[in-house]
Design a protein around this ligand. Structure first.
Ligand code: GAP
Length: 513
């Protein structure tokens, strides 16, 4: 556990030091669970968004984009169920006065059981050496099986109690597991209460004439209320999808874990409108498609897993998470939800307007069912960034910190480094920058010895460095260095653009899906 915490702290400080993520309003001591993206973070975020958008919208002729407003008519949230049911179960510790999410306390307890399993695996690996078979160990070792069974049983009970709104049983579970407040160490808990997560605000100049509004807690509702506008104006035929990216806001109670759980964050959501009755088929298709999208980035299949929901959200008849191995363990990265006709049906009811599709083949009207894929952009950023940050021990015994971002997502694709700051090398290097900047984000660095500059670019995640030296003046060749292997190759300056493009071209990465 201590190791996990240290690793995570390194991720957070690296993100700050290299201009990826800053605490919001830091000069005023920050704002809890709100973050700003720096010069590199803004680029990485933009690239992830583009990778998602191209995969979902550009490459699917039956999916189109949308950019709906953050403010929506307040009745939207009555229809969607958020006014009544978008709650988290809260519990307070009477001694520390700290407030927690009751379900997160229980999940953290189960996380500790997972950590115990990991420990057993590490011990066994040491004991059995080469012969160790993890799969066999996980399915036969008595201790591991006991931890797994316990974890499953606890989560099942939690899911059932929350599903039935049996908050007394959630408290009983916390007491039975002897969960103590991480701050005070005491088990002096209040009852569990529900707390609505939406941020409220007001529209209008005077108090008497103002309307209560909410900042949207998900982007999905902007898609639902525009369903017919898009379907009619785009002459869309079912099955078809509407995708959008944008900010969402939630007054999260447990607001730790950096950009994993934020109060202001960005979602990338797609609602796929289908015929009623076909939802299970599409559910499986979209689970597979979304997993392929993740795997195309090459961050290791072993770092992903599906988790089917025991407790379904108020709108779903089936739901699964794609979980990723974050520095603090496997956690939800993306949700795939079969939302039935819950949203469109309720918007019909509350607005009094028909939100139906006319099927020309059957000559019938119906309210379509919806299959949703929903991923947090910031959470994806954390997955990419934390997975990329590595410390390597080199052959000469020194260590290097390297940010092995998928090249397609890296903020800067290439750094141009004149070997020395004289003899016309900066001018030649600058010429190369001017040639390449039409195609890629290029950075220029002439300060310090070239070895230190390589390390700086490694830590920054730049996939390529190009060194311009005295030979370059004579024969027009330069050295191209690869971040991950540190291999260097000599090539003509005119060949650099193609060599870089081959590795960073989004087309090529998207073709792996
Ligand atoms: N429209 C469905 C929906 O919003 P969700 O499971 O509540 O479903 C979807 O959220 C995704 O949004 C999550 O899988 C996660 O990646 C991201 N997300 C949710 N709450 C978040 C938060 N407070 N901070 C960062 N990302 C969040």
């Amino acid at each position: 556990m201590a190791n996990q915490e240290d690793d995570f702290k390194k991720v957070i400080s690296h993100a700050k030091e290299y201009g990826y993520v800053f605490q919001s309003s830091e000069i005023y001591d920050g704002l809890s669970a709100v973050y700003d993206y720096g010069q590199n973070g803004a680029e990485l975020k933009k690239n992830i968004r583009e990778y998602w958008w191209k995969a979902m919208v550009q490459l699917n002729d039956n999916i189109v984009g949308l950019d709906a407003a953050i403010f929506m008519h307040p009745t939207t949230w009555k229809a969607s169920g958020h006014t009544d049911a978008f709650n988290d179960p809260l519990i307070d510790n009477k001694d520390s006065k700290k407030r927690y999410r009751a379900d997160v306390l229980v999940e953290d307890y189960v996380g500790k059981l997972d950590a115990k399993i990991e420990k057993e695996v590490v011990k066994a690996k040491k004991r059995f050496g080469e012969k160790f078979n993890k799969q066999e160990f996980m399915t036969t070792n008595a201790k591991v099986l006991e931890y797994q069974e316990r974890g499953k049983a606890i989560l099942k009970r939690l899911g059932q109690s929350l599903g039935k709104e049996n908050l007394a049983d959630v408290k009983a579970l916390i007491e039975e597991l002897e969960i103590a407040c991480p701050m005070s160490g005491s088990r002096n808990w209040t009852d569990v209460k529900q707390f609505n997560l939406m941020f409220g605000t007001k529209l209008g100049a005077s108090a008497e004439n103002s309307t209560d509004l909410f900042l949207r807690p998900e982007t999905a509702q902007g898609i639902f209320v525009n369903f017919l506008n898009v379907q009619k104006s785009g002459r869309m035929k079912i099955p078809f999808g509407i995708a959008q990216t944008g900010k969402a806001f939630r007054n999260e109670i447990v607001a730790r874990q950096f950009i994993f759980r934020m109060r202001e964050f960005e979602q990338m959501e797609m609602q796929f409108f289908i015929q009623p009755g076909t939802q299970m088929e599409w559910y499986e298709i979209w689970k597979e498609r979304r997993m392929k999208w993740h795997l195309s980035l090459g961050m290791g299949a072993e770092n992903y897993r599906f988790h089917d929901h025991e407790k379904l959200a108020h709108y779903a008849d089936a739901a699964a998470d794609i979980e990723f191995r974050f520095p603090f363990g496997f956690k939800e990265l993306e949700g795939i939800h079969s939302r039935t006709d819950f949203d469109l049906g309720n918007h019909e009811k509350y607005s009094g307007k028909k939100l139906q599709y006319f099927d020309h083949e059957t000559n019938k009207n119906y309210v379509p069912y919806v299959l949703e894929t929903s991923i947090g952009l910031d959470r994806m950023f954390l997955a990419v960034f934390s997975n990329a940050l590595q410390e390597e021990t080199l052959e000469n015994g020194t260590t290097r910190t390297v940010l092995k971002l998928p090249a397609v997502l890296a903020p800067n694709k290439v750094a141009i480094l004149p070997l020395v700051k004289k003899d016309g090398l900066p001018e030649l290097a600058q010429k190369l920058v001017d040639d390449l900047k039409w195609d890629f984000n290029v950075t220029y660095d002439e300060k310090d010895a070239v070895g230190r500059r390589y390390r700086r670019q490694d830590a920054n995640g730049t996939p390529f460095c190009v060194t311009v030296d005295h030979q370059s003046l004579e024969d027009g060749t330069v050295t191209l260095r690869h971040r991950d292997t540190m291999a260097q190759e000599r090539m003509d300056m005119s060949a650099v653009a193609d060599a870089v493009a081959k590795e960073v071209d989004m087309r090529e990465w998207l073709k792996r899906i």
